[in-house]
Design a protein around this ligand. Structure first.
Ligand SMILES: *Cc1c(COP(=O)(O)O)cnc(C)c1O
Length: 331
């Protein structure tokens, strides 16, 4: 299918310099509670504060000269846009990022700081994608999908290489899940290295497009809802090419966490480990604390990003309620 270990290793070599090999650290407070080693893969320490630099860097590095000259466009819930903007700036490529009005201000600022052109459009990922499609037709830009793109998936898959090289004993990897580039990439690579490993995806309870699609047996439309895990919003495309099949074939399980559970996950990472994670980066810990994971050995949690609004992080750290859409959430 084009996701051989050799292809993942090649991606890993290519992205050096743009993406980092991130630390894997045991979180003793969670290990003690869980009765199994809990290891945190700190993608929060990537240059853009999230793992998405891996896929974006790989996709841009693979473009030919003509495509690089024309420029790139993408839609994004924030982190992919920041990653594309960052990689494009370093490679001298013009980037336009299409964002719906659901994308939080901290993420918009982060993208603007990388010098990319920003288009705000509509209130869903679908609206943002339509604008990206229009720019592809009118300007000849190359669209870099946030997840359903072979080179993006291979980039995200490099996390599995790092995990199983550093810690071959892992029995499970827990992965935040939206479009499934991260889960699909990690699962297809990890199972080639260690077929017995369990790979679990975690999404927010409302608007979990991949989870609902896997249940239905085909990609379905799911309404987008406000969430502390805003970065996990958006559909998987009814014409999904890669990630639905990868998640179907290689992920063992997907599960859901509530807004209150996500709040508690973010708070526990901050209070116990002094780590900042955005909601989407804390869903694995949220599932752990809620007793929703089946643990049978050393477990790696992908702490996928840290780009939350500062006010939100401070409120969660203090235990104050935070606004999510039109309601207030507290752990
Ligand atoms: C994009 C993103 C995810 C989900 O990745 P997918 O490949 O879309 O499933 C998880 N966490 C963070 C912080 C993200 O930015």
């Amino acid at each position: 299918m084009g996701f051989s270990l050799e292809a993942v290793r090649e991606a890993h070599r290519l992205i050096q310099g743009l993406a980092r090999t991130t630390p894997l650290v045991e979180a003793l407070s969670f290990s003690d509670q869980a009765g199994q080693p809990i290891l945190l893969k700190l993608e929060t320490l990537q240059p853009i504060g999230a793992f998405k630099i891996r896929g974006a860097a790989h996709a841009l590095l693979r473009l030919d000269e003509a495509a690089r000259r024309r420029g790139v466009v993408c839609c994004s819930t924030g982190n992919h846009g920041k990653a594309v903007a960052y990689a494009a700036r370093h490679l001298g490529i013009k980037a336009t990022i299409c964002l719906s009005n659901l994308v939080p201000e901290a993420k918009v600022q982060g993208i603007a700081a990388q010098g990319a052109t920003i288009r705000r459009c509509g209130t869903s990922q679908d609206d943002a994608q339509r604008e990206a499609d229009r720019l592809v037709r009118e300007k000849g830009y190359t669209d870099i999908s946030p997840f359903d793109h072979r080179n993006v998936i291979l980039g995200q898959a490099t996390i599995a290489l790092e995990l199983l090289t550093e810690c071959p004993d892992l029995t499970q990897i827990v992965v935040p899940l939206s479009g499934g580039g991260l889960l699909g990439g990690i699962a297809v690579a990890a199972k080639q290295i260690k077929p017995s490993i369990r790979v679990t995806g975690v999404s927010m309870a409302e608007g979990a497009a991949m989870h609902e699609s896997l249940k239905a047996g085909h990609p379905i439309h799911v309404a987008e809802a406000p969430s502390l895990a805003d970065t996990l919003g958006g559909g998987i495309n009814l014409t999904n090419q890669w990630t639905f099949k990868l998640c179907c074939d290689f992920a063992d399980e997907t599960l859901l966490v509530s807004e209150e559970e996500i709040y508690r996950g973010m708070q526990a990472l901050f209070r116990r480990e002094r780590l900042i994670a955005e909601g989407g980066g804390a869903v694995g810990i949220a599932a752990l604390l809620a007793g929703k994971l089946k643990l049978d050995g050393p477990t790696a949690m992908i702490i996928s990003g840290q780009n939350a609004d500062l006010d939100q992080i401070i409120a969660v750290a203090k235990g104050e309620p935070v606004r999510v859409g039109d309601r207030m959430v507290k752990g």
